[in-house]
Design a protein around this ligand. Structure first.
Ligand SMILES: Cc1cc2nc3c(=O)[nH]c(=O)nc-3n(C[C@H](O)[C@H](O)[C@H](O)COP(=O)(O)O)c2cc1C
Length: 207
């Protein structure tokens, strides 16, 4: 039995294009993997730890091999608990909207919390080594405009998110992108969503 973590970075629930795709992916996945357990993790309801001064003190203490100051231990404990939760799964599914050319701030906050030395990456012999290995990920990206050709340079959503996953060790990342969800009008968005959902169902069977 594999445990799948489904991380939702869109705040829009059933109106979200990326959630519609990820939901369809998981419905198909469940058909082909009936024994597996899927846990939904909505970043807007998760009460993520702030990566504030106390959490930063914890990170810098770890990086310099120092003890974590007493005043910062509780903040660091919450960071570690969030990382333990993340790492306790076998497979990952993400719904990721584009916000201002990048990713929503809740997802960035989540990355800032879980990407920690000694936990999800190490620095050895002058190189960064990702520690979350051997686990597949599927990402449903959505954006209001289109970012192909000359416009691809404005896309800091997909390249950044895939870079972050790669940095912590993911080598098997599949993704599908729905675009444009806004700029072509509702009919175009619906047609694109339906196309991407069909592809998502196919990918899910072999995930
Ligand atoms: C705060 C915010 C910022 C956005 N910024 C962009 C953007 O920079 N480029 C773009 O193409 N669409 C942008 N959009 C539109 C969303 O990317 C689009 O509605 C997409 O479908 C959102 O994904 P979702 O439907 O899964 O929530 C933005 C939407 C919001 C709410």
């Amino acid at each position: 039995m594999n445990k799948v973590l489904y991380i939702q970075a869109s705040a829009r629930g059933e109106r979200s294009a990326s959630i519609n795709v990820a939901d369809a992916f998981l419905a198909s996945y469940k058909e082909s993997h009936p024994a597996d357990e899927i846990t939904r993790y909505n970043l807007w309801e998760a009460n993520l730890p702030e990566f504030d001064r106390a959490a930063s003190n914890g990170k810098y203490a770890v990086m310099s091999g120092a003890d974590i100051p007493d005043a910062d231990k509780e903040a660091w404990r919450r960071v570690l608990a969030t990382i333990e939760h993340f790492k306790s799964f076998d497979k990952y599914v993400f719904s990721v909207p584009m916000w201002n050319f990048g990713i929503p701030y809740k997802l960035k906050q989540y990355l800032d919390v879980i990407i920690q030395p000694g936990q999800t990456f190490n620095f050895e012999d002058g190189q960064y080594i990702g520690l979350v290995t051997g686990k597949p990920a599927f990402v449903a990206f959505a954006r209001g405009g289109e970012y192909q050709g000359d416009a691809s340079g404005m896309d800091f959503q997909k390249p950044y998110f895939e870079l972050a996953l790669g940095f912590i060790g993911f080598t098997n990342v599949q993704s599908l992108t729905i675009e444009p969800t806004l700029m072509g009008g509702p009919d175009v968005a619906k047609a694109k969503t339906n196309d991407v959902i069909e592809n998502a169902k196919i990918l899910a069977a072999n995930f």
